[in-house]
Design a protein around this ligand. Structure first.
Ligand SMILES: NC(=O)C1=CN([C@@H]2O[C@H](COP(=O)(O)OP(=O)(O)OC[C@H]3O[C@@H](n4cnc5c(N)ncnc54)[C@H](OP(=O)(O)O)[C@@H]3O)[C@@H](O)[C@H]2O)C=CC1
Ligand SMILES: O=C(O)CCC(=O)C(=O)O
Length: 418
């Protein structure tokens, strides 16, 4: 199992061990549940604008095939490697199972800094990536979606590349597409809508009045910016925001609308007119709600000791290390954690709706999408909070415990000796 290495996969492995102990899973069943079924590594050569040829490394990991096709996003980032992608695929499995979706988890990506590519280079790389993966994906095999560094446009290129190969439009091959190309209403906003909806649920559990609450959000891409907007709409004051280029903090509240417009025009927060703040200190400022919406492992044990929020709503995948989880436990659960596989599940839930609509060629309106999304999120939230109370465990152990157990039972029911 040596191809799945690195700090992010180690994190997924440690979390799984905690869950396997909690569920008392037999030692002999553990590897079968944890290690991915398939992992593909590809080379993607493209012509750069200056005439040179560059080769980019790409990956796709399909964790398990027990419940249906595999499902998960595609990440374009410098950090991408087999270990990171595999961990993200494993988390997708527990996330889909917790939400009751008929999928196994998958994830893919390319090791690249997307901000260094021109639009033409980005299209060439996206198309090449999909082309190389055609033998390994399909609407009933593995269905991709956006993640960090990719967006609706990339999904449209993926869909077009696959469709040209098939000789017909296959919109159900990817989700997160533009509405004009077979996408669903609400997918672009879905993850942030879900994060904000669940944060509101947590505020109501803790009797926090949204109009007196403050929030800090790390990351201002798809998830961070929509979450900021949705919380603001509920009356929450956004006092801290950052991306790669800039970090802003203002106790009196930041102008989120102006920030969204600035990012729309310039691609990042760089140059936005507000006082800069040290990003290292952002996460440990006093606030009611803290939302990491960037990379894995940004909350380690040290940061966890310094956290001064009441709700930690994990928009990102894997923002909190197992060591940080132990610190949060020691702090006596004074922070209400909405774990990633629950908190950011809105994206894959609406992707499921998109896939179903594409398969049927029967499309729903925005209100129907959001109402069905909230129904699933409410049920998952209730299941997690009640399980945590019943068994005296953390929300993460409860969420992952429910997800892992559903996959385990599905495997067992299909037969022990396939
Ligand atoms: N998109 C989706 O539907 C889903 C996404 N997620 C997870 O949410 C997280 C964010 O994804 P998404 O919003 O789609 O990605 P985007 O690429 O749209 O945005 C990522 C944001 O994070 C910022 N960022 C990246 N690294 C850092 C850093 N080290 N410090 C500060 N800011 C940083 C980026 O800044 P800059 O632009 O300057 O690089 C950008 O603002 C990821 O963990 C992803 O896996 C989870 C579920 C679904
Ligand atoms: O929408 C999807 O299929 C997957 C989204 C995703 O990558 C995630 O939830 O981390």
């Amino acid at each position: 199992m040596t191809i799945f290495q690195g700090p992010v996969f180690d994190m997924a492995r440690k979390q799984f061990t905690t869950i396997a102990d909690y569920l008392e899973i037999d030692e002999s069943d553990r590897e079968r549940l944890l290690y991915p079924k398939r992992a593909v590594a590809i080379s993607c050569p493209i012509h750069l604008d200056d005439g040179r040829t560059a080769v980019f490394q790409g990956y796709r990991v399909q964790h398990h095939l027990t419940l249906g096709p595999t499902k998960g996003g595609t990440r374009f980032a410098k950090s991408v490697d087999m270990g990171e992608v595999a961990a993200l695929a494993v988390w997708m499995s527990w996330k889909c199972a917790l939400a009751g979706l008929p999928y196994g988890g998958a994830k893919g990506g390319i090791t690249v800094d997307p901000s260094a590519l021109s639009l033409r280079e980005m299209e060439a790389l996206s198309r090449r990536y999909m082309q190389e993966l055609i033998p390994f994906v399909g609407p009933h095999v593995d269905v991709m979606a956006p993640d960090m560094g990719t967006n609706e446009q990339v999904m449209a290129w993926f869909m077009d590349t696959y469709s040209m190969y098939q000789g017909r439009t296959v919109s159900e091959i990817v989700t997160g597409k533009p509405v004009q190309s077979g996408g669903t209403e609400g997918r672009r906003e879905a993850t942030g809508l879900g994060v904000a909806h669940l944060t509101a649920r947590a505020m109501s559990e803790l009797a926090i009045d949204p109009s007196r609450a403050t929030a800090i959000i790390q990351g201002f891409g798809n998830v961070g910016s929509v979450t900021a907007f949705e919380l603001l709409r509920r009356g929450v004051k956004i006092i801290g925001v950052s991306d790669h280029t800039s970090c802003f903090f203002d106790r009196n509240g930041l102008n989120v609308e102006a920030m969204v417009n600035h990012v729309g025009r310039h691609g990042s927060l760089r140059g936005f007119e507000a006082d800069e703040f040290d990003p290292v200190d952002l996460l440990i400022q006093p606030c009611d709600i803290l939302i990491p919406a960037t990379m894995e492992r940004v909350i380690d044990a040290d940061v966890a000791r310094g956290l001064k929020c009441r709700i930690l709503a994990e928009g990102a995948n894997g923002p909190t290390t197992p060591e940080a989880d132990a610190v949060l436990e020691d702090r006596g659960k004074d922070i209400f954690v909405i774990p990633d596989i629950l908190c950011n599940a809105g994206g894959v839930i609406v992707s499921y709706f998109e896939w179903v609509q594409d398969l049927q060629q029967f499309f729903w309106g925005y209100d129907e999408v959001v109402s069905r999304l909230n129904q699933i999120l409410d049920k998952s939230f209730h299941d997690v909070v009640e399980r945590a109370k019943r068994d005296g465990i953390s929300h993460r152990t409860a969420a992952m415990g429910i997800g892992v157990n559903r996959v385990r039972l599905a495997k067992k029911k299909r037969g022990l000796f396939p």
